[in-house]
Design a protein around this ligand. Structure first.
Ligand code: AMP
Length: 301
């Protein structure tokens, strides 16, 4: 496994690998998994898929400062390079790209990629500028690596929708592969930020996945329930936990992220919808979601 810190070195390495493959008459497929490190089984699941479907797997680890707002957790974002590299090795990664902030942004960037509309709601509303930072860094990384496929977790479903839009609008030559949410055995969605949670917060945070599961079961079993009732019930469940502070509980079409008519029975909703939550426990902001088709088929859990 190679660990590369410089953009030039990464490009040279990939060029050589592509050249060798071409000499043998093959096209090298490259799977790319962008992360901010402090890796867990959620990241590992993306790497496993990338390993299965590509000749070469590139993992990037970069805590991207421009996607953090003032007062957010950039300075205390958890890091453990040694453990990350061990996980990467275990998952059969070929190249870990680990650039410094100086390497990624030698000068403050004057160019940003901004996706409109899809970024205005959900996390975009409470984290202004966040998605501009995400699309800008992902755009840069895609240019540096030029992968065949890139893997994103549906834990950050809005991010998947936004990146897809960027790739379609700007003709990036890459396939986006959305991957299911990986959870602890008790239901909590894995996140690097879970380490911030105190024991009591961790216990109460289970209400997120529990309410989503309950909502799904109700939509399946009660054909007349409306999405507004579903939303009200989730909100009530979460508010019942004293340490929880709701940022949003929203139900939208996916991946368009446009509003749905919440007043009609859930069964009359067409296409795929997302029930998405963001809830703060102390200083820790957690997100979770479920994607489903109200006709009864769950797309991804
Ligand atoms: P991050 O390091 O948090 O920026 O995440 C890097 C990638 O891993 C993103 O595509 C995330 O959506 C994905 N990811 C994070 N947590 C999970 C999870 N629990 N299940 C699946 N994918 C995840």
């Amino acid at each position: 496994m190679m660990v590369i810190h410089q953009v030039d070195e990464l490009r040279t390495y990939l060029k050589k690998e592509r050249f060798s493959a071409a000499k043998e008459g093959r096209e090298l497929s490259v799977g790319f998994v962008p992360t901010m490190g402090f890796l867990h089984d959620g990241h590992a699941s993306l790497l496993k898929q990338a390993r299965e479907h590509n000749d070469l797997v590139v993992l990037s680890i970069f805590v991207n400062p421009i996607q953090f707002g003032p007062g957010e957790d950039l300075d205390r974002y958890p890091r453990d390079e040694e453990r990350d590299l061990a996980l990467a090795k275990r998952e059969g990664v070929d190249v870990v790209f680990l650039p410094s902030v100086q390497e990624m942004y030698p000068n403050p960037t004057k160019t940003k990629i901004v996706v409109s509309e899809l970024t205005s709601g959900l996390c975009g509303a409470s984290r202004p500028g966040h998605f501009d930072g995400v699309t800008t860094v992902v755009g840069k990384l895609l240019h540096m690596i030029n992968p065949t496929r890139t893997y994103f977790g549906l834990k950050d479903a809005q991010q998947v929708a936004v990146i897809r839009q960027m790739v379609d609008d700007l003709n990036f030559d890459v396939e986006i592969i959305p991957c299911p949410i990986i959870r602890e055995s008790d239901g909590l969605a894995l996140s690097s930020r879970n380490v911030y949670l105190g024991a009591e917060e961790r216990e109460q945070a289970l209400i997120l996945s529990k309410s989503l599961r309950e909502a799904e079961a109700r939509i399946r079993s009660d054909r007349s329930v409306s999405l507004s009732e579903i939303r009200a019930k989730i909100t009530e469940n979460i508010n019942y936990k004293p340490l929880a502070e709701i940022d949003y509980v929203d139900i939208l079409q996916f991946p368009a992220l446009t509003p749905v008519d919440e007043s009609v029975p859930a069964t009359q909703i067409k296409g795929e919808i997302i029930i998405a939550l963001a809830v703060k426990f102390g200083k820790t902001r957690l997100i979770d979601n479920i994607l489903l088709s109200p006709e009864g088929v769950v797309i991804h859990v």
